[in-house]
Design a protein around this ligand. Structure first.
Ligand SMILES: [Zn+2]
Length: 323
């Protein structure tokens, strides 16, 4: 069969704009999809939305087959067997099942910093409920990306839902057209916008150890209230995937890309990937906006281990290296 090309210029433009804004998407995070009948295009796993206008980052899947995976009636939830044109070797995003199951033509999922500031905090979630009043939104409890998250989203959806706030994860906006989704994202961002507090420039006295540079986000190590929070746990999945659980306070054989030296600064490995660097920026962007009187809720050790597919022993070692 000839697969119709649904990837329009406006859809690419929205995807690229989200991907190029570090307050919306960091590195390979986030994904967009567009569907018509039984065909859905979705961002391929490992690609970046930022490249949507310069590379082929979208992969066409059989939407009906992907829906069956979403409902756990077929496949393993990876949707790898639902790809329509296998010649390019791309695999669909790990989040394909919820895109397929949502009945809207255009779906955009971001790791919006403004959303995350609210969604990692019990008080923030209450404030978000107030700020979003009048929009058809639902709050979705944390679940591991993939089928567990899809199951949670589908359990919360109402017939008119267009916005989903994913606790400790991000945002989904859905609509019939690219314009509708762009406007909806703008509306949510507008309502949830938080001012970033000015952060002091921190210049650690000691030179960085070999293989590291001091990060521009070193204030995370000198603002003691924030330091305690970033050492205490991990607040959303991509942080765990790219930087490991929380932040380690010393280098170790696992070669963590980022190390926090309490009271001094934050070290970033000289060969850290751009994804790892943008994940560190995301932490700084979130904690520069978190009000001092909001508490935060980490995803917890069990969720961290699930994300890393680590067995108990490897996980125990990583936790030990934190101390
Ligand atoms: Zn996500």
């Amino acid at each position: 069969m000839t697969v119709p090309n649904l990837v329009t210029a406006p859809f690419r433009a929205l995807s690229a704009a989200l991907g190029q804004d570090p307050l919306q998407v960091q590195g390979p995070g986030g994904n967009t999809s567009i569907k018509d009948g039984s065909v859905m295009y979705i961002k391929a796993s490992g690609t970046e939305l930022a490249d949507a206008e310069r590379k082929d980052i979208f992969v066409a899947v059989d939407r009906d087959a992907a829906c069956l995976e979403a409902l756990e009636k077929a496949g393993d939830g990876s949707c790898k067997d639902t790809v329509l044109d296998k010649s390019h070797g791309l695999r669909p995003s790990i989040e394909t099942t919820f895109h397929a199951a949502l009945d809207h033509r255009v779906v955009a999922h971001t790791h919006s910093v403004a959303t995350l500031v609210h969604a990692i905090s019990p008080e923030g979630r209450d404030v978000a409920r107030q700020k979003l009043q009048g929009l058809p939104f639902v709050m979705v409890p944390y679940a591991k990306p993939g089928l567990p998250l899809t199951r949670q989203i589908l359990a919360q959806m109402q017939h008119d839902t267009r916005v989903a706030i994913l606790e400790n994860h991000g945002l989904i906006c859905m609509g019939d057209t690219v314009d509708q989704v762009r406007d909806l994202i703008a509306s949510v961002e507008d309502r949830l916008a938080m001012p970033a507090k000015p952060v002091p420039p921190v210049a650690p006295a000691n030179p960085a150890p070999a293989g590291f540079n001091w990060s521009e986000h070193s204030w995370l190590a000198t603002d003691s209230a924030v330091t305690d929070l970033v050492l205490d746990g991990t607040y959303y999945p991509d942080h765990v995937v790219f930087l490991g659980p929380a932040l380690p306070v010393q280098d170790h054989a696992g070669k963590p890309p980022v190390v926090l030296i309490k009271g001094q600064g934050v070290l970033i490995r000289t060969d850290a990937t751009s994804s790892q660097a943008s994940m560190l920026q995301c932490i700084a962007d979130i904690f520069a906006r978190l009000p001092g009187d909001w508490s935060v809720q980490a995803i917890g050790a069990k969720a961290e281990a699930e994300l890393l597919d680590w067995d108990a022993e490897k996980y125990r070692q990583a936790l030990a290296a934190r101390a």
